[in-house]
Ligand binder design. Structure first.
Ligand code: ZN
Length: 594
């Protein structure tokens, strides 16, 4: 049966019409001209030092923000187009061209931020507290935190320009390799060539031999590209370490924590709480082995279906289900999400060359977000769409914020998405009376939560280990593979057997390449949502406006401040443990059903 999402592609027309739309060049030219004027006008203004007035600073921020907003649109368009077909030379060219020109223009604007950082504390405090700048108070204060880690303007400019052919180029190489990989697979006597996301999807099949073959094939093919993938990763880790030294970061995660606006101690506490709960996962894996009639799980059994065979979920069904689930929370959610389907803001079909996985891009508060996924007619993909729509709704609700206050740091960026998944999950569970289907749903949710709170935590521990090892020497495939095995072994324990090929399990994970130490944000998001969802269940309707206010605030305050309004303290061990108690509740519910 044809994939139900065939033909579901997005219409990027609200950004630009095609890769050769003349407005792309004219927007870039216009940004360039505005940047010239901006530099001429504001260099002398910022140079006034402690004589700088709040009015002048505000005037500068508004112009700076407007140029960035316009550049953001062009950059988003080029990135989104490239994601639709990473193999198309026109799209590759556009992406690279836009990246280069934007860098030049951003470089020209750079002085503004750097001058803001060179102001003495007394002047900065006076300006930050000025009511005229109230809307940018958080933004300005946030920038000041980078003061000890910022280099001179000339140095920053060189880094930005060289990054395009340096670390960004390695990132592109990684994307081009992993999205063009094909995996030969024999199924029902037919030989097929599948892409990576199709292969990973096979790990959810009922047929054990197929799952095993799929997993082994994935690692075989990755191993064939092992030399390049290892080289890319090793190089990026070293690049990161070099920049840490130059920017005076004390440890490899510090920059990410700063960016996430989260205190390193809160992250450490969260990670330790996760590790102290590994037994919960291992008990579940043993339970699952029993359900599957196996003495012990192998890694390729981890996501094997249990309970009633999952029915194919057509895309149109997914839309209906998701909208109903959202509506039950608040009609506002249905209204916001409905637009994504109706107005073609989602690219769902599976195509060759298209970027794998799923994401939501929110280019600007003056515009709506876009969603990309690879919809494969199953329940997991329903959840993926719900997840991305959560981001999408967040992007819509925070449109009342200005560009600089629009995005949230990663720590809270996954709140809306994971919460949206919970809504859809609960809706589906409530609809089902067949205990076997309930088993399947619950097991799916538990595995999903574990894949986030435990596995993403493992990924972060692995990154820490890799960075520590790179301080000593260049990384080999063997060394990385061993660190990967060690980190995973602590999670799976004796409960899950890891096949030898899994030593390549690290090599296709884009976060390690494009956004290092990102993964703990998923842990943060999932545990936070489990706690928030508990609040929603306890408080009912009265929770909804508080939650909407959280999303509407966008990035206008730090996660800490935003979450305090909901009574959350991220430094508290017990807060994180609460999330695991919710997960334990789900496992107990499943045990009851069995
Ligand atoms: Zn997400």
């Amino acid at each position: 049966m044809a994939n139900s999402a065939a033909g579901i592609s997005w219409d990027l027309g609200d950004l630009f019409t095609s890769h050769d739309d003349p407005r792309i060049a004219s927007t870039l030219d216009d940004c360039r001209a505005r940047a010239d004027r901006f530099e001429r006008e504001f260099r002398p203004v910022l140079a006034r030092g402690n004589g700088l007035s709040a009015e002048d600073l505000l005037n500068g921020i508004l112009q700076w923000e407007a140029i960035n907003e316009a550049l953001g649109r062009v950059g988003s368009y080029a990135g989104l187009l490239y994601a639709t077909d990473t193999a198309k030379p026109e799209y590759q060219n556009l992406e690279q061209h836009v990246e280069q020109r934007s860098t030049e223009i951003r470089n020209q604007l750079l002085f503004f931020e750097l001058e803001w950082l060179t102001l003495d504390d007394a002047t900065a405090d006076r300006l930050v507290d000025d009511p005229l700048l109230a809307a940018y108070r958080h933004f300005l204060k946030n920038l000041r935190r980078y003061r000890p880690h910022t280099l001179t303007e000339a140095e920053e400019k060189v880094i930005n320009e060289k990054d395009n052919t340096g670390r960004n180029a390695f990132g592109r190489l990684f994307s081009e390799i992993t999205s063009s990989l094909t995996f030969p697979l024999e199924r029902d006597g037919q030989k097929e060539n599948l892409n990576l996301s199709q292969m990973l999807s096979l790990l959810h099949e009922t047929d054990r031999a197929l799952r095993q073959r799929a997993m082994e094939t994935v690692y075989d093919v990755l191993a064939q590209h092992g030399q390049v993938l290892t080289f890319i990763y090793d190089n990026l880790v070293q690049d990161h370490l070099t920049m840490d030294r130059l920017r005076r970061y004390a440890d490899p995660m510090q920059q990410r924590n700063l960016f996430n606006e989260i205190d390193g101690h809160a992250v450490t506490t969260m990670m330790e709480v996760a590790e102290s709960n590994h037994k919960l996962a291992q008990d579940y894996f043993q339970l699952k082995a029993k359900l599957l009639g196996l003495p012990r799980l192998a890694l390729y059994d981890q996501y094997a279906p249990v309970g009633a065979e999952a029915q194919p979920f057509r895309y149109q069904q997914a839309e209906e289900t998701i909208l109903k689930a959202f509506e039950a929370f608040t009609p506002k959610f249905r209204e916001l999400s409905g637009e994504f389907f109706a107005k073609h803001w989602i690219d769902a079909e599976i195509r060759k060359g298209k970027r794998g996985g799923a994401f939501c891009a929110s280019p600007s508060p003056q515009l709506h977000p876009y969603i990309l996924c690879n919809y494969d007619d199953n329940l997991r993909d329903v959840m993926t769409v719900a997840h991305e729509l959560g981001h999408g709704m967040h992007g819509c609700l925070s449109r009342k914020q200005s560009y600089f206050n629009y995005d949230t740091p990663l720590t809270t960026a996954e709140t809306a998405s994971v919460f949206a998944e919970m809504l859809v999950f609960d809706h589906l569970l409530a609809q089902q009376s067949d205990p076997q289907v309930r088993v399947a749903l619950l097991a799916g949710k538990i595995e999903d939560i574990f894949a986030t709170v435990f596995r993403q935590n493992v990924l972060t521990r692995f990154e820490e280990a890799v960075f520590a090892a790179r301080q000593e020497q260049r990384l080999t495939a063997e060394a990385i593979g061993k660190l990967w095995f060690d980190a995973n072994g602590k999670y799976y324990g004796d409960a899950v057997e890891m096949p030898e090929g899994y030593r390549w399990g690290w090599s296709y994970i884009p976060h390690f390449i494009h956004s290092r130490f990102y993964c703990y944000s998923y842990v943060f998001g999932q545990l936070l949502v489990l706690a928030l969802y508990r609040m929603y269940k306890d408080e009912g309707r009265s929770f909804v406006p508080k939650y909407l206010a959280l999303l509407e605030a966008g990035g206008s305050a730090s996660p800490d401040e935003l979450l305090k309004a909901l009574g959350v303290d991220v430094r508290d061990w017990n807060f994180w443990q609460k999330g695991f108690e919710e997960a334990r509740g789900l496992v107990a519910e499943l045990e009851k059903l069995i």
